[in-house]
Design a protein around this ligand. Structure first.
Ligand code: AMP
Ligand code: ZN
Length: 110
């Protein structure tokens, strides 16, 4: 999708530093971090949200990537957030998983 900010990041248009990359997924720091660690895990294929995801095996790949990054960074306590749809707070319409860590996280979330 030519006007999708995450597709542009994946293409390398902004020279974003990836903290993780494999054939299906990239991960990079959120531009507006909500915790000391705030990493976005983004499938390379343009899919709007979980509602549009047909091959759910991709979720397994994402969680494997998350686990690898967590282990590499020595992070044991973290939260994964998948905002789906406007009322859930999804602003970027390209599926992505937030990894939040590095502080005590409140529950329930807002
Ligand atoms: P969501 O509200 O779940 O759609 O999350 C979108 C996230 O993308 C927000 O946390 C934004 O701060 C983040 N974001 C938007 N543009 C960029 C960008 N260019 N680079 C990194 N993160 C971004
Ligand atoms: Zn996209």
């Amino acid at each position: 999708m030519s006007d999708c900010i995450f597709c542009k990041i994946i293409k390398g248009d902004f020279n974003t530093k990836f903290v993780y990359e494999d054939e299906k997924i990239v991960a990079f720091d959120d531009i507006n971090p909500q915790a000391p660690v705030h990493i976005l895990f983004v499938p390379k294929v343009h899919i709007v949200s979980l509602n549009e995801l047909e091959d759910t095996s991709l979720v397994k790949n994402v969680y494997e990537a998350i686990k690898q990054v967590a282990q590499k960074k020595g992070i044991n306590d973290y939260r994964i957030v998948l905002n789906t749809g406007k009322d859930a707070g999804q602003e970027v319409k390209h599926i992505h998983f937030h990894m939040l860590a590095g502080r005590k996280l409140n529950w329930p979330p807002g």
